[in-house]
Design a protein around this ligand. Structure first.
Ligand SMILES: NC(=O)c1ccc[n+]([C@@H]2O[C@H](COP(=O)([O-])OP(=O)(O)OC[C@H]3O[C@@H](n4cnc5c(N)ncnc54)[C@H](O)[C@@H]3O)[C@@H](O)[C@H]2O)c1
Length: 185
């Protein structure tokens, strides 16, 4: 098994605390399309106040990097997608950020890699909407060349007691072996 290198895509209320926590155990890169957000994080401050300046700075000192540069996430092998899932004016889910993040994953994913969706979605979105984008952009085949997982975030922003390290996570994988691997990570 090669060394796990994690990329969390979408560094908001959900993605940043998760990426910071992963960075204590694995090489971790945070990717966000919002360059201002990336710059503020690399300067040591999380405007959402989910991660304290102290914890963020110590993660950075230990090698945690946030970036908007896709070239810096090519050598990752475990992608976690935590982009927003808003609704439109008719209250229908707007999957645009998920399509965007899946396109990014498709550009960088390699054989043997895993992509785990963390965004809140209705059943079927991972396999019917996101994975086809990753397959099309990458040219790789799902469950042969690359694998997927789903692990919805259950965090309640602002709750300083039930933090990401204390919440029991639900995990899954696209094969039994990948399910075990996602769960282990
Ligand atoms: N915040 C919550 O209370 C909460 C709790 C549980 C689950 N969730 C779910 O987690 C997911 C993320 O929510 P959030 O509150 O962290 O969102 P957020 O708006 O705080 O952050 C999302 C981040 O993703 C970035 N982004 C958007 N599109 C991108 C793309 N294509 N590529 C790279 N970066 C991109 C944005 O710039 C932003 O920094 C949603 O599906 C949400 O429903 C949220």
């Amino acid at each position: 098994m090669k060394e796990v290198k994690i990329c969390v895509i979408g560094l908001g209320y959900v993605g940043l605390p998760l990426a910071r926590l992963f960075s204590t155990k694995y090489k971790t890169v945070g990717f966000d399309m919002n360059q201002k957000r990336v710059e503020a994080l690399m300067a040591g401050h999380d405007a959402t106040l989910e991660v304290s300046d102290e914890l963020l700075q110590s993660a950075i000192d230990n090698g945690f990097v946030c970036t908007s540069n896709i070239d810096e996430i090519r050598d990752c092998n475990f992608y976690v997608v935590a982009v927003p899932t808003p609704v439109d004016e008719n209250n229908n889910p707007d999957l645009t950020p998920l399509y965007g993040a899946s396109t990014t994953v498709g550009k960088v994913i390699s054989k043997g890699d895993v992509v785990v969706y963390e965004s809140t979605v209705y059943p079927g979105v991972t396999e019917d909407e996101c994975i086809p984008v990753v397959e099309k952009v990458s040219g790789l085949k799902f469950n042969e060349d690359f694998f997927a997982g789903y692990s919805p975030e259950r965090i309640n922003p602002g709750d300083k007691e039930h933090t990401v390290e204390k919440i029991k996570k639900v995990t899954s994988g696209s094969t039994p072996e990948v399910g075990q691997f996602v769960n282990d990570v």
